[in-house]
Design a protein around this ligand. Sequence first.
Ligand code: SF4
Length: 445
Amino acid sequence: MQRKAFFMKASNATEPVEKSDQSTANIEEDDEPPSSLPSPKLPSAAQKSNVHNSKSDLILLFPKARNVNTSPATRSFRKKYFPGIGNKLWNDWHWQVSNRIRTKDQIRNMLCLSEEETAAHENKDRLLPISVTPYYMSLLSEKDPNQPIRRSVIPTIHELRHSCGEADDPLGEEGQSPIPGLVHRYPDRVLFLVHDFCSTYCRYCTRSRVVGHGELHPNHSRLEKALDYIRNTPTIRDVLLSGGDPLVLSDDRLDWLLTRLRQIPHVEIIRIGTKIPSVLPQRVTPQLVRILHRHHPLWMSLHFIHPDECTPEAYRACNLLADAGIPLGSQTVLLKGINDNVDTMKALVHHMMKMRVRPYYLYQCDPITGSAHFRTPIEKGLEIIRGLRGYTSGYAVPTYVVDAPGGGGKIPLMPDYIAGRDDDSILLKNYQGGLYRYPDTQPEP
Ligand code: SF4
């Protein structure tokens, strides 16, 4: 059988594919292209709706091309390291993926490495491969190893230190997977890990035991097994596609998977967890949003961690997605030295609001192996929520959660605004510390 690429059409590949890094190579024999599979004929959301169903409406909704603005930093990076690459190629997500920065020599050529970073490169015991898109690399400081977003993607020696309470699978996902790559923790929803590839690897990734290892492959037989499980479990009304990053699948494969899910009557909503708008915004093309729009109701959980990620490219990507009617939320991880202060978090949530991304969760960093240098005390998260609530729009305040180790699920944490009670009233503290009495209704005897 002819081998097919499911992630992307490899164009301009300029580096060998590492064995540990799943890419266009390493396709199993039972893979079949989406086009050779029975093509489901469901009415699309656009067909069902009376709104935006004429050709001219769709052209208005999804313009063919928009000018892609970029920052001076990105322009000068491109000029310095990819001088022959024009706008068209730079803004081609296939090119970005093919030219990811993955080796020590490439990184050393672009960044002045600190001792802690150099030591990490010399040790081969890392759980997670290194990969950064040229676009995201252009946002990193060349000289400052403490720049927040640089710390999130360039490894340091600290990630090789194992601390008490850490685990490779702290959330116990393996024990809650009825089949590989499908986590069924809550009765009415599943987490479907479609593959383990990301264009850029975050050093604090909860799934560093899986991502980038080339073991979870989006081949036909594995995806069909997961779809069978969902089809045969009528309590599942919500499917969250994650990975790896599902949006690195080719348009055809993604469309095929979404169509297959939409054929299951009890699947009410589909969610996609992705970091694409922050690390590879070029992937959000008019063609992609046209596909996504066909599979509503579809929600998206994005992953912004710092205002430096909120570039013109990220704004454009989020606008395209929001224009396609996709509700956008961000799952931001609280990270020491990256976003663990009120000012940074406030700037981030304000950017996200302007990008039409609702700050959804603020996650306490999971205790994955080698994450101590990223984790903050719980009090820090509460302090940030106290610093946002009342000081910015309510929509801009995320829910702070701890994902309970061992698979207990998300547990919300809130600063305590109750100052006391007496017989018939409750004493409440407002965001400025002022005390207010509220006449609390007593239950009927
Ligand atoms: S994008 Fe998500 S899955 Fe991929 S490395 Fe980052 S945190 Fe992990």
